[in-house]
Design a protein around this ligand. Structure first.
Ligand SMILES: Cc1cc2nc3c(=O)[nH]c(=O)nc-3n(C[C@H](O)[C@H](O)[C@H](O)COP(=O)(O)O)c2cc1C
Length: 183
């Protein structure tokens, strides 16, 4: 038998979009605790490919300005939404991956980094913190701003913010039996 509490936690994990954050700040110590959980992810040959760059307070504005500079053709509504989202967000965790070429294939390192993100997401279940993984098209253009080396890449932004009350989104999964065949 598996522990029902674990199933409940997994099933309670949800995306919360920045528009639903209240703009208050999460303590850095809490972020550190969350990242320590992220760091427990498994990885083939223990390459531990994930690393994180954290933007909070005024550093979020630097990041927003860099994004807008790189997307100079972007519409006013894109800019407005970006600043509004960043304002409401407490911490933006830039999810990064360091490749270990020749040791393991890339997909395994993307998988391992994704598992570290899942740990971030699961860490905030039953708290007042909401989280959202965003993978916008402009990510690859940010390498220089993020000071990423040739063997490093960005896999998205994880937005974390405090929430007064969680909105229920009407999403469901197809039944796992449809995706399973017992051989
Ligand atoms: C790798 C990955 C990338 C994602 N990128 C985006 C994104 O760019 N924009 C977005 O609105 N949601 C994004 N999401 C969030 C999904 O839309 C969300 O997880 C999905 O709707 C299921 O909702 P749930 O997380 O509440 O279960 C991403 C999720 C994952 C796992």
């Amino acid at each position: 038998m598996i522990d029902k509490k674990i199933s409940k936690i997994i099933k309670s994990r949800r995306t919360t979009y920045p528009r639903d954050f209240n703009g208050a700040n999460i303590k850095n110590e809490v972020i550190e605790e969350i990242l320590d959980n992220a760091n427990q992810a498994p990885s083939h040959r223990m390459t531990q490919p994930w690393f994180f760059k954290i933007f909070t307070k005024e550093r979020k504005n630097d990041l927003a300005n860099a994004i807008i500079k790189l997307n100079s053709n972007s519409s006013d509504s894109f800019k407005k939404k970006l600043f509004e989202n960043f304002e409401k967000t407490s911490h933006i965790i830039v999810i990064c991956l360091k490749r270990h070429e020749g040791i393991v294939p890339e997909w395994e390192e993307i998988a391992a980094t994704s598992m570290s993100v899942q740990n971030i997401w699961l860490s905030i279940v039953n708290s007042k913190i909401g989280g959202y993984w965003s993978t916008p098209k402009y990510l690859n253009n940010l390498n220089q701003y993020l000071k990423l080396k040739k063997n490093e890449r960005c896999l998205g932004f994880f937005y974390l913010g405090l929430v007064d009350s969680f909105k229920v989104r009407n999403i469901s999964r197809t039944n796992v039996r449809e995706k399973t065949s017992w051989k």
